[in-house]
Design a protein around this ligand. Structure first.
Ligand code: CAO
Length: 545
């Protein structure tokens, strides 16, 4: 065991500020783990540890200005040759082992074409010895006007990322590098029509090869009429090991982690100096995103949550956990409510004759072993209306770009059970008799209450009926059971006075409410569907038409 001093490596700048200390005294750290983040006015970089060990002391603090050779921290290194010398004296050997941050280096701009051309090739500058460096971003496009020092590409090693700035202002003629390419010093990044010279009509150069002489541009006129044949060679500003790009300000390790996790860093709020994104910010962001579905059940994504209230302050309370079914129902309701733009229309159907007929067949139905409520007639009438108005028997595709019409008519019925609301589905309602529908409704209703419904029995619905008729109420706005596009709410039948042109007569009126997805169904569609449904219920002989 020996104590080693880790020092600031060659950072390509005289003095830089310490903006973050990434470790603490007592931490056991690994080789290449980031120790500190340094920042100049143009760039920031993480300084990785050259060795594994335990942090004994930290010499720097946030806000210090440091330069190459400054001690960062003291590390107790296991297995190293015992060193009786004071830690500070061990700085030099440690420095040699330190993994240097990519040293900024001037890059040359080579003439891209014959001497009279003003198209310049911008090449990759010295990357501090790094080889086969990946291009993680191309920041400009062909035809784009750029300014001197504007970032052209972002390169990234496993230790640092750096933006390559443009040496001159001009128009991008061609780009030789794409995201994912690996590059080395001297590789052509792009060709630039420098500002002030006419844009070439020559074909863009696809490779790193210099522009062929025949594609040379005419020289701009010069005072002494001598052509400008001297090749232009400019020194490009140093490459900058920076992590600030667009709105994203993050270190290479954070960028790499974000890529691994598939996180768009522009969405992450940085808590570091000047909004720099730290690993913790990324972790917090991922945690928050993972928690979203659970939150959506109660508050809806992106919608401010209802603040927690301590109800016990106002009186005695009891708390009961929601059943699984209750939680699923809450989630489904929120999802439908938030995704579907709802409209609800109301109408009363005159079912006086239907009720007379239903009462007239009661004895027969009993003999057949079924109890006929208004519900089977509602199912049958809805099936006929759904067939006549296919938009109601449809779903919006998941990408919202098309409507899927269904050639079957399966209708769900909302059933209230002690465990929560379930929606068993009656298949091919259009092909079944009133007695069959009555039997199936009763059977599914009983199964629902006994929690014996299978998943298959609750799938495939095209439309839903939610009947509160035996409970009460004059109307309600049901929530569409997405991805279905409409739902019928049925309230309690009542005898109401109806004007027949001469007098008010008592009629059995059934209050109906139709909620629909306004992305698929407009008010006129709903009006026509509702009118037809009412007409069928008013005279069920229409079912045989
Ligand atoms: N108005 C007045 N009375 C009605 C009626 C209406 N709209 N609908 C049904 N009734 C009557 C029936 O005729 C029956 O009366 P009788 O016993 O005198 O014949 C009585 O109410 C009970 O009917 P029911 O509930 O047993 O049968 P149903 O076919 O109407 O409904 C089922 C079956 C399974 C849907 C029902 O049992 C059920 O669970 N209903 C609750 C639905 C629900 O909770 N919806 C909530 C949705 S929240 O979005």
């Amino acid at each position: 065991m020996s104590n080693e001093i880790v020092v600031v490596p060659d950072i390509g700048a005289d003095e830089v500020e310490v903006i973050e200390i990434c470790v603490a005294v007592g931490d056991q750290i690994e080789v290449e783990q980031s120790l500190v983040v340094l920042e100049s006015d143009k760039a920031s970089m993480e300084v990785p540890s050259p060795m594994a060990g335990k942090v004994v002391a930290i010499t720097l603090k946030v806000g210090d200005n440091v330069s190459q050779g400054a001690a960062i921290l003291e590390l107790a290194v296991e297995g190293a040759v015992a060193n009786s010398e004071p830690a500070a004296e061990a700085a030099a050997p440690v420095e040699e082992q330190s993994a240097p941050a990519p040293a900024p280096a001037p890059a040359a701009v080579e003439p891209a074409a014959a001497a009279e051309s003003k198209v310049e090739q911008v090449t990759v500058p010295d990357l501090g010895g790094a080889k086969d460096v990946e291009c993680i971003e191309v920041c400009v496009a062909v035809g784009q006007e750029i300014t001197a020092e504007q970032s052209l590409i972002v390169l990234e090693t496993d230790k640092a990322s750096m933006e390559i700035p443009s040496p001159s202002a001009g128009t991008v003629v061609s780009i030789a590098i794409k995201t994912g390419d690996t590059v080395n010093v001297g590789d052509v990044v792009l060709e630039l029509q420098v500002a002030g010279s006419p844009v070439s009509s020559a074909a863009p150069v696809e490779t790193a090869a210099p522009v062929a002489a025949e594609t040379a541009l005419p020289s701009p006129p010069v005072a002494d009429d001598k052509p400008t044949f001297e090749p232009e060679t400019k020194v490009m500003p140093p490459s900058q090991p920076v992590e600030k790009h667009g709105d994203v300000y993050a270190g290479p390790a954070v960028r790499m982690l974000a890529r691994d996790l598939g996180v768009d860093l522009t969405l992450v709020k940085g808590s570091g100096p000047r909004g720099r994104i730290a690993k913790e910010d990324l972790h917090e962001y991922v945690k928050a995103r993972l928690a979203e579905p659970a939150q959506a059940a109660v508050s809806g994504s992106g919608i401010p949550a209802i603040p927690a209230v301590d109800f016990s302050k106002f009186g005695p309370v009891r708390e009961e956990k929601l059943s699984k079914m209750g939680r699923v129902t809450a989630e489904n309701m929120s999802r439908s409510w938030l995704n579907v733009p709802h409209v609800t229309q109301f109408d009363d159907a005159d079912i006086t004759e239907l009720e007379d007929f239903r009462n007239s067949i009661k004895a027969d139905a009993e003999k057949a072993g079924v109890k006929v409520t208004p519900l089977p007639f509602l199912l049958k009438a809805c099936a006929a209306a759904l067939k006549a108005h296919p938009k109601f028997n449809a779903s919006l595709s998941a990408d919202g770009q098309s409507i899927v019409y269904k050639d079957y008519v399966h209708i769900g019925i909302a059933v209230d059970t002690p465990a929560g609301l379930v929606v068993p589905v009656i298949r091919d309602v259009d092909q079944k008799s009133i007695y069959q529908l009555a039997a199936e409704t009763a059977e599914l209703g009983a199964k629902a209450k006994d929690r014996k419904l299978t998943a298959a029995e609750m799938q495939g619905g095209c439309f839903t009926i939610s009947s509160l008729g035996n409970i009460g109420g004059t109307g309600f706005t049901p929530i569409v059971n997405a991805p279905e596009v409409a739902i019928l709410g049925v309230s309690k039948l009542d005898v109401k006075p109806v004007w027949n042109g001469k007098e008010f007569i008592p009629r059995k009126m059934l209050p109906l409410s139709l909620s629909y997805d306004h992305r698929v169904i407009n008010g006129a569609d709903a009006g026509r569907f509702f009118t037809q449904l009412g007409a069928i219920l008013a005279d069920i002989r229409r079912l045989v038409l």
